[in-house]
Every structure is written in structure tokens, then in C-alpha cells.
Design a protein around this ligand. Structure first.
Ligand SMILES: Cc1ncc(COP(=O)(O)O)c(C=O)c1O
Length: 342
């Protein structure tokens, strides 16, 4: 089966991890600090804190914003990763779902309708596309989530430089993937609070929450290697996108992928109503397709989100890999031909 994701870890990654292990210092240290500085330079932000996951980064971002103003209702996209829902709950807040439109970005009319009732909002650049609403002015603080679109640009500015706080994930399958990890990018004041919430040994006992969240140097070393490869891997994924375009019937091609300004992270198509059956069919032909989102998050909150529901029924994410063997290309082409009859 051609896997849905296949991060490449070659000797360069192995040597880098080996040198951290050989140094005898594996916890958060020089590599994690270098990673923070690298991302500060890339985004042009004031400060950054490397943490143990994107979910922790979200939770810590919400908790930190809560220290400045009372935050209860946090808007999240309904068609997004479940980590968002759990991060909001872990911060003691209430997730409020915002529906998507056919492009899988937020439905702007519905978002503006909900916005006045929110205390904070998490805006996700989904599946390697851009969420244009990050450029707008919201009546509440924005947490910009670049887990899936890291490296993409809007109007020549990198994603992650628009929110009051931004977060990244370094989960292995993400564009900046190492193994596990995440980052909070924000002002020095916010990052100082995040650091204070991330180290129980140094914590002030009056704090309501502190957890052990620093990113280890082993994990940071993997991400630093990935960042060096990122531009090349993005170009390779873009090439693979063009290849898929050529081998899909026209009606499926780029049906919702707004690739021009994204980072070519996912190739998502709409089936005609039964994504599950289509995925099974693709699997039977050796293509490891997957649902882009396992379950819309409004299933947990009981809010009506018709766009997210339809996307859940229709959408399929095809493997989009930086490299494939010629045998895999043949298998992929044959599988697409059989499953999507021209
Ligand atoms: C958009 C988005 N934000 C946050 C996360 C959470 O990141 P992590 O898996 O590093 O906790 C994910 C994970 O899949 C994600 O897709």
C-alpha cells in the first residue's frame, strides 16, 4: 500500500540525533533554543517556545490569553483535527464550532455571525491551504494554527505571523515534522507566561496550571533537519500534485485544493457522497487514502454545521509524497484509473 504519509528520515537525521545522544544532554537545551531562534527568524515574531506537542501549544496559548482577559468561549473550525477540541477543553474553556464552506476554509458569513460571542478564536490553515480570515480584524484574540500549512505565505508574509499567538506542530506527518512537538510563537510577555506554565520545578505555587511541556533536544534536532529539507520537500509535493492532476478525471482535479498560495501539504478531493466506500476501494488498489478529518468537531458540541458534515461524507485525502518509486507511480496510476473511471 502506498502510505498516506511517509516522512523521510535519512542518515542526516540519524547523525543529528546521534550527536545529541552522544553529547549526553537529551532534554531541552541547545537544539530546542536553536529551533526557537530559527522559527523566530522565519516568522519575524518576537519570541517562541518549543513545547511537547501542537495540542499543548494550543492549550498553553489559550491559558496564557486567559490571564489577560476572561476567556470562556473559543471558536474552532468544525472540520478540523480533534486536538483543537481537546486543547480548548483542557484549557477549561468551551469549544464553539464554526462551519466550513465548499473550499474547506471557514464559511465567512457564519464566522462573522458567531464572532461577537467568542472570547478567542483558533484559525487553522487547513490541509496546506490558506485561511483568509486571519487577515481580518476579529473582535477577540486570534490563535493562528499553522500545523498543516507551515511554510506557506499570504501576501508575501509567512503564515504564523498574523495571529495574536501562533502555534505549530512538529508531529511526524506534518510539513515541519520530526517526531512529536509543537511551538508557541508570540510576544515576549506571552512566551514568558508559556515558559512559566511549562516547568513545574520552577513554578510559583500560586499558578493554577503548570505541566511539564518542554521539547527535548532529540525532538528539536529532528525538526531542525526537517526545516533544512522543507523547501525541497514542498517543491516535490507540488510536483506530485501536478502528477495527480494528470491522472485524475478533470471533475476531481483540484476540486478544493487552493494550491497556489498554500504549501501543497494535502491533495483533497470530493467523492460523490460516500468517501468511506471510495477509500476502501482505493485501499483495495494499493492507495492509502484517508479521511482528512475523522469526525467533524460539531459532533461533540451538537451545533449544526452542514458544510462540515458534507465534507466529512465527501472528502478524501490522497497520498501526496515527496518521493515515490517508479513501481509506486505505476500502482498509483492504475489505482486512480480503476477507482475514478474517466
Ligand atoms: C490543525 C492542527 N492543529 C493542531 C494539531 C495538534 O498537533 P499535535 O499532534 O502535535 O498535538 C493538529 C494535529 O493533527 C492539527 O492538525
Amino acid at each position: 500500500m502506498i502510505p498516506h504519509s511517509r516522512p523521510i528520515f535519512d542518515e542526516y537525521f540519524s547523525a543529528s540525533v546521534q550527536s545529541v545522544v552522544s553529547s549526553g544532554y537529551t532534554v531541552s537545551g541547545a537544539q530546542a533554543r536553536l529551533l526557537e531562534q530559527t522559527i523566530i527568524q522565519h516568522l519575524g515574531c518576537h519570541d517562541a517556545v518549543a513545547v511537547d506537542s501542537g495540542t499543548s501549544a494550543l492549550m498553553l496559548a489559550i491559558r496564557t490569553l486567559s490571564m489577560q482577559k476572561n476567556i470562556k468561549r473559543v471558536g474552532i473550525p468544525a472540520y478540523a483535527c480533534a486536538s483543537l477540541l481537546f486543547a480548548v477543553r483542557a484549557a477549561g474553556c468551551l469549544p464553539v464550532c464554526m462551519d466550513c464552506d465548499d473550499s474547506l476554509r471557514l464559511n465567512a458569513d457564519k464566522a462573522w455571525h458567531i464572532a461577537p460571542s467568542l472570547d478567542a478564536v483558533i484559525l487553522v490553515h487547513p490541509f496546506g491551504m490558506i485561511e483568509p480570515l486571519v487577515k481580518e480584524s476579529w473582535p477577540c484574540p486570534i490563535i493562528e494554527d499553522i500545523a498543516q500549512a507551515a511554510g506557506a505565505m499570504i501576501d508575501a508574509k509567512p503564515v504564523g505571523s498574523f495571529g495574536d499567538v501562533s502555534i505549530a506542530s512538529f508531529h511526524a506527518t506534518k510539513p515541519w515534522g520530526g517526531a512529536y512537538g509543537g511551538m508557541v510563537m508570540a510576544s515576549q510577555a506571552i512566551c514568558m507566561q508559556v515558559r512559566a506554565m511549562s516547568n513545574p520545578d520552577l513554578a510559583d505555587f500560586t499558578q493554577s496550571y503548570v505541566g511539564h511541556h518542554p521539547l527535548s533536544d532529540i525532538h528539536a534536532a529532528l525538526v531542525l533537519c526537517r526545516l533544512e529539507r522543507n523547501q525541497q520537500e514542498t517543491l516535490q509535493r507540488q510536483q506530485h500534485m501536478l502528477w495527480i492532476d494528470k491522472h485524475l478525471p478533470q471533475s476531481y482535479v483540484q476540486s478544493i485544493s487552493n494550491r497556489g498560495i498554500g504549501n501543497a501539504f494535502r491533495y483533497i478531493i470530493r467523492s460523490d457522497g460516500d468517501a468511506e466506500a471510495c477509500i476502501q476501494h482505493l485501499h483495495a488498489h494499493g492507495i492509502g487514502a484517508a479521511k482528512p478529518v475523522q469526525k467533524p468537531l460539531n459532533f461533540a458540541t451538537d451545533e449544526p454545521c452542514e458544510g462540515a458534515y458534507q465534507a466529512w461524507k465527501d472528502c478524501i485525502s490522497l497520498p501526496l509524497l515527496p518521493t515515490m518509486s517508479s513501481h509506486e507511480y505505476q500502482q498509483y496510476e492504475q489505482g486512480l484509473k480503476t477507482c475514478f473511471k474517466h
